[in-house]
Ligand binder design. Structure first.
Ligand code: ATP
Ligand code: MG
Length: 1022
């Protein structure tokens, strides 16, 4: 790691940037490093545009992407800003900001031997305290809290969690503070580390019990440092806030914006408000007028008020991934940090109120003593007054002593506590060397391996219940009172689930006694993940770190048939877009399991299922574009279905957790009154519910190429769902027609589509019937509509809704016309399809209606496409206009006379042709009559006919190709099934190639015949 410093801008927030190494996902994707650092300036490059670079300059820049070895500490700050400032009696704040997984916790807390800033800072602090103990007495108080969903949780409290969290209060002197927060006196760095461990443990158990995601929570460590200079009788007091913020990624996808329940902001109200406060303060710094700084809008900003624009020296560490796939987030982090850099604070040295109190009490005592001695000197018998004064004096002295001894006492208590904790840790270490155990694995790597549950000899129940001394109590979604039993007998450990318990071992669901092997992966309930650590003798020097949360989920996905190809370094790399879908899938999978469990417990009757949506289905060129994950939500009773985007689901899941937690709290208070339960939320607040909306079931592509030749097309289209399932068969036609809607004949077929350029093209899209609608077969109270949008039509058009019918007649005909066909339209026709969308209607949802706003139509109801572009409608002055009009009229006259002479010539040619044909028929009687066709006068028409035949056979070949593409063996196929599949596949392939060969050879024969006849005729002509 290299560090660069320093620009001394005393009162501004200082910003450090840190770039971490690639993680596994980035290495798998073959990521490129797009961040570079020179001194304290950092440059980020847009991976899609090599010309686009942005540079930023910060106070410190730390490069830990490369150039380090693993066993050396990854983190060296030349001097600790927080410590230095606090030393002098200022308040200090250190904030870590960055996207999830970018290294905030690594920088703040650290991982294993790689200590983070907090322990390092404490080391330095206690070192300084020891060095200066002759001149001052120092007291350090440590607190640790978490803000999750705007609730404050004390991570050091031994009392049970306060419902709704601790209160944040405000006092004139102290500003905002957390009421009742435990502050523990400390006098050594190991003590602090132990407290942090304790806090992390609380955070871990809270995360599993409450089913919360730690990367959405903010962790705050508050160190209060008090320095008492008895000689000078001054006390300096500083608050050091060390903040590991929640992951900064924005809720980017549009899904959440469209969500009825706008809680997206609440997920990170604190983070959003922090951003607003920083922006406002940055505006203040550049002299903009600002009316209001929104400190009070969130818990975090209340607690950090002094750190931002107030009485504190503040440093922000912005953490970045160097990978191209994180470009957007990294750039956003850098911009955020740049704004923060402008904030100006006014830090002052703090004097302690308690010290002032002691001073005041001492002064008062001195006054009292003076009065007493005066009374004595005056010899007055003022017993009453003297007694009162003496009492006051004693009281004051007691108070002074109380204030001064409080620290000692607290420290003694804390030491006792510490010893107890230390004993626990030693005990745990001993147990680890004796027994097998299970180790928690959390989504946040920082919280993994914190909880160890030992499996000693004999039988151990695991579950919610802690009633027996032989039970291991765990909490979490889907965990039963008695979930399973571990047996540790004869150096074997087995696990037996109780009836109805969900247990997954190494990706597979188990229902019977299973023997566990060292490093087996267990998932209990919906998502409590543990790694089984076998007997000490079985443990080699193996690296357990590869069994992280992603590993568990990938294994589960693999069991469902969702894999990623092996992509170890050197072998072929996985396509980044597939990788993104895969990681989305494994990220959402546990969340879906949890949502299902909550739905079940809250009796919501809805079920969630992940689907991979192929975006090619809605692309007019049918390109295999990216895939995306959607969540299908089904009401088990009414069979109503919703499709949620990933972002919407994530938002809703957060709200569900909230509802679930309230429900749990109600249950534990045992004051549940029927009808009052959170499960019966009003619908408009219920995250499990949404109003009914039409659902996109699938799409079919009707290719338009035949229109470019003015060939009619009739198709039976398969409507395919997002997962490739056949939703229906749709009968559709494309009919080239006249402007009045009469179908064109064979004579109108074109050999060269460019003949259409500049001419009018009319055609009709006919949707005749839908057959075998799966949607209606599943539930008869449903309906469907077909939606489509053509070329530059600004709005989609819909057929009227048809209900309760598996094979409904649509009989829908739409006439389109291009008045002056452009090259653009021609290209579109030749390369694109109209995407026909099948929309599912359900009871309670309104039909889709074509919105005709902005759509051009003629009075006869013909939709105009391919309108003239703006260049064609450039205003011309009227003199110029009349001039060109005259020229056009002249041209028209000339054309008319030319036309008349051509007609004459045509007539005479036709007569000659007839004579020639009669003669020809005699000579070639056999050949043509055998094929039952009369020789047509025009070769073009013959070509057109051959083309049409070829076109139709090609359509059926294409259908066959599509069927081949979708043909897959069934998931349960055994070897025999696979063999049958292979046979069937080769038969299909044979048919396909035969048909293809035949179409091509027919075309060849037809063309050869036409050419031959043409030659013969030209022979007659010559
Ligand atoms: N500077 C670094 N050097 C080496 N490894 C790092 C560094 N920064 C982060 N990592 C690794 O990256 C992973 C994610 O880091 P970390 O847990 O700190 O992320 P985070 O920003 O706290 O994410 P979250 O918002 O989810 O809490 C960890 O496995 C950590 O070991
Ligand atoms: Mg973290």
């Amino acid at each position: 790691m290299r560090a660069a410093s320093d620009m001394h801008s005393k009162d501004c927030v200082k910003v450090a940037v840190r770039v971490r190494p690639f993680n596994k996902r980035e290495r798998d994707a073959g990521s490129r490093c797009i961040v570079s650092m020179v001194s304290s300036s950092i440059t980020i490059q847009d991976p899609r545009d090599s010309q686009s670079r942005r540079s930023f300059c910060f106070d410190y820049a730390y490069w830990s992407h490369s150039g380090f070895t693993r066993d050396r500490s990854g983190l060296y700050l030349p001097e600790e800003p927080g410590g230095r400032y606090a030393d002098q009696g200022y308040n200090a704040t250190l904030l870590a900001y960055g996207q999830t997984g970018s290294g905030k916790s690594y920088s703040m807390v650290g991982y294993g031997p790689n200590k983070g800033l907090v322990p390092k800072l404490c080391d330095q602090l206690f070192q300084a305290i020891r060095e200066n103990q002759d001149t001052r007495q120092c007291q350090v108080f440590f607190s640790m809290l978490e803000i999750y969903n705007e609730q404050v949780v004390d991570l050091l409290s031994r009392a049970s969690r306060t419902p709704g969290g601790l209160r944040v209060r405000e006092e004139q002197q102290r500003g905002f503070y957390v009421e009742g927060l435990r502050t523990v006196p400390c006098d050594s760095a190991p003590q602090v580390e132990q407290l942090m461990e304790q806090g992390t443990r609380t955070r871990t158990t809270a995360a599993t019990h409450m089913n919360a995601n730690s990367s959405r929570s903010h962790m705050l460590i508050i160190l209060q440092l008090k320095q008492i200079f008895s000689k000078e009788s001054i006390t300096k007091q500083s608050n050091i806030n060390l903040v590991d913020l929640a992951g900064s990624e924005r809720q980017r996808s549009s899904g959440s914006e469209a969500d009825r329940l706008k809680e997206g902001a609440a997920i990170n109200l604190s983070l959003t408000t922090l951003g607003n406060v920083i922006s406002t303060l940055a505006d203040v710094a550049v002299g903009k007028k600002v009316v209001h700084i929104p400190y009070r809008d969130s818990v975090l900003t209340k607690l950090l008020q002094s750190a931002l624009g107030g009485n504190s020296r503040t440093v922000m560490v912005a953490t970045l991934s160097p990978a191209d796939i994180c470009y957007e987030e990294s750039l956003s982090t850098l911009r955020y940090a740049e704004r923060a850099k402008r904030i100006q604070n006014r830090a002052v040295v703090n004097e302690s109120p308690t010290e002032r109190l002691v001073k005041e009490l001492k002064a008062e005592n001195a006054r009292l003593l003076q009065r007493l001695s005066r009374l004595g000197q005056e010899g007055r018998r003022a017993n009453e007054e003297t007694k009162e004064l003496r009492q006051l004096l004693t009281h004051n002295e007691l108070q002074i002593r109380a204030i001064q001894t409080l620290w000692e006492q607290h420290l003694q208590e804390a030491l006792k506590d510490w010893e107890q904790q230390y004993a626990n840790i030693t005990q745990e270490r001993r147990m680890m060397q004796m027994h097998p155990y299970i180790l928690n694995i959390n989504e946040d790597a920082q919280l993994s391996g914190v909880v160890k549950l030992f499996i000693q000899e004999d039988e151990w129940d695991i579950g919610l219940s802690d009633s027996s001394p032989r039970s291991i109590s765990i909490k979490g979604l889907g965990i039963q009172e008695r979930h399973a039993v571990f047996r540790n007998e004869q150096r074997r450990v087995t696990l037996t689930p109780f009836a109805g318990s969900k247990i997954i071992v190494n990706g597979n669901s188990v229902s019977q006694t299973t023997e566990l092997q060292h490093l087996d992966r267990l998932i209990l309930g919906s998502n409590c993940t543990y790694l089984f650590i076998g007997f000490p003798s079985e443990r080699g020097g193996d690296d357990w770190s590869r069994y992280d949360y992603d590993y568990f989920q990938s294994e589960l996905a693999a069991a469902e048939g969702i894999h990623l190809g092996e992509s170890s370094a050197g072998s072929s790399q996985t396509d980044p877009s597939l990788l993104a879908v895969f990681y989305d899938y494994i990220k959402l999978m546990p969340m879906v399991a949890e949502a299902n469990q909550m739905s079940q417990e809250l009796k919501k009757g809805v079920e969630f299922k992940l689907e991979i949506k192929n975006l090619a289905l809605s692309d007019s060129k049918g390109h295999d574009l990216e895939k995306e994950i959607v969540i299908r939500v089904t009401s088990m009773e009414s069979k109503q279905v919703w499709m949620w985007s990933k972002a919407k689901f994530v938002n809703r899941k957060f709200l569900m957790e909230d509802v679930y937690q309230q429900h749990q709290a109600e249950q534990s208070r045992e004051n549940r009154v029927e009808g009052l339960s959170t499960a019966a939320l009003p619908r408009d607040k219920d995250p499990f519910w949404d109003p009914m909306e039409p659902l996109l079931l699938g799409t079919a592509h009707l290719w338009l190429q035949s229109l470019a030749f003015r060939i009619p097309l009739e198709e039976q289209l398969e409507v395919l769902g997002s997962e490739g399932t056949e939703e229906a068969i749709l009968q559709a036609q494309l009919v080239p027609c006249t402007s009045t809607g009469l179908p064109l004949g064979e004579d109108d077929i074109l050999i060269d589509p460019s003949e259409l350029l500049g001419r009018r093209l009319d055609f009709q899209l006919v949707l005749e019937q839908c057959c075998g609608l799966r949607w209606i077969r599943e539930a008869h109270n449903r309906g469907v509509q077909i939606g489509f949008r053509l070329f530059d039509c600004s709005q989609p058009l819909y057929t009227p809704a048809v209900w309760h019918n598996v094979n409904p007649l649509l009989d829908h005909r739409v006439h389109f016309a291009s008045l002056h066909t452009s090259q653009h339209l021609l290209d579109y026709l030749q390369s694109s399809a109209v995407v026909l969308e099948l929309w599912g209607l359900q009871e309670g949802c309104t039909d889709l209606v074509s919105c005709l706003e902005g759509v051009r139509m003629t009075t006869e109801g013909i939709f105009i496409i391919d309108e003239a572009g703006p260049t064609d409608t450039v205003p011309v002055d009227s003199a110029e206009l009349s001039c060109s009009l005259r020229a056009l009229q002249q041209d028209l006259e000339e054309l008319k006379s030319m036309n008349a002479s051509l007609k004459k010539e045509n007539q005479s040619l036709r007569e000659q042709l007839n004579t020639a044909r009669n003669g020809n028929q005699h000579t070639h009687q056999g050949g043509d009559s055998m094929r039952g066709r009369s020789v047509r006068p025009s070769c073009d028409a013959e070509f057109a006919r051959a083309l049409k035949v070829f076109y139709h056979s090609m359509t059926s070949v294409r259908g066959q190709l599509q069927r081949l593409r979708r043909h897959r063996p069934s998931e349960e196929s055994d070897l025999l099934g696979l063999r049958l599949f292979v046979d069937e596949q080769s038969r299909l392939l044979r048919d396909f190639s035969e048909q293809l060969e035949q179409s091509v050879s027919t075309l060849k024969q037809d063309v050869a015949a036409i050419v031959r006849r043409k030659r013969e005729r030209s022979g007659i002509w010559s």
